[in-house]
Design a protein around this ligand. Sequence first.
Ligand SMILES: O=C(O)CCC(=O)C(=O)O
Ligand SMILES: [Fe+2]
Length: 343
Amino acid sequence: MVYSTSGSLPIDTLPVIDVSALVTAATDAARQQVAGNIRDACRAHGFFYVTNHGVSATLVERLETLSRQFFSLDETEKMRWRMALGGRAWRGYFPLGGELTSGRPDWKEGLYLGTELPDDHPLVQAGTPVHGRNLFPDVPQFKDTILEYMDAVTALGHQLMEGIALSLDLPAGYFSERYTTDPLILFRLFNYPSQQVPEGLDVQWGVGEHTDYGLLTILLQDHIGGLEVKTPGGWLAAPPIPGAFVCNIGDMLDHMTGGWYRSTPHRVVRNTSGHDRLSFPLFFDPNFFARVQRIEGLPAVPDPDDSASRWDQANIHAFNGIYGDYLLDKVSKVFPELRREVL
Ligand SMILES: O=C(O)CCC(=O)C(=O)O
Ligand SMILES: [Fe+2]
């Protein structure tokens, strides 16, 4: 790997993959070609950009504009939709410093969202954590735009998971048949304000080093940048590319593949650009009740347990249970005050 002489980040870039063959009618050969690119990216970094993904640019623009309107409201106004009101659905607004990574506050504020389920839905009636209604702020058009965006990017998630299945020489429907017929979708709007940290507060990062929990994260980011990815050669910047999403694989894919595909640690630097930075991760995850199992027949990884070097010291290969259990264990660490409410 080549390193820049001026900064500490390597001059290497994450792969950019044109996924049009996965999202439109295409030949098997074209789909296999994309799958091959995904395989290389997942083996190398676990991070890649996707272009020609079929999600409308005007929808993305609408989401960004309305989110800016929301975040520019006074904090007291935004607290009308605070997470404490979202209960077990784990939805709503959290203020700057309100979420922890590895026990430290992140320098961001956000709105937590997910698949919209009515109060009379059986899973909501049963009190299933992280299932329920969203707390939509009353910014005109915001609710419809968020719902439309979640639908569009969830559809992309299904298509990308087909590509990931093909990349592992599995049938395209491998994941949808076992895990994602009804995926768990969590969606977040984040604002990283370019704002000084008050004296005495232990804040270092926009988001501290972590891996994502589920299968696949599809991230939209604005033009500011700040996302970094951990590679064997050092931290690598994942700057915004207009029209592209950043994708990364999560712990469940690492678990299922026995470490053949790793969930790669990443972080976001504290924003000092002078402008707000917005980002929009959508987490495309296994169904809450899906028991997560190893995929048979993949190349064996000699020692898949990487807990010694992982940010959370967890051996994800020892995990045996449903995805919901894994997720709730993590949630209780990032929002300790919600622990009693959600668990
Ligand atoms: O804001 C970003 O660029 C990344 C956020 C992230 O890593 C996460 O929410 O898991
Ligand atoms: Fe992440």
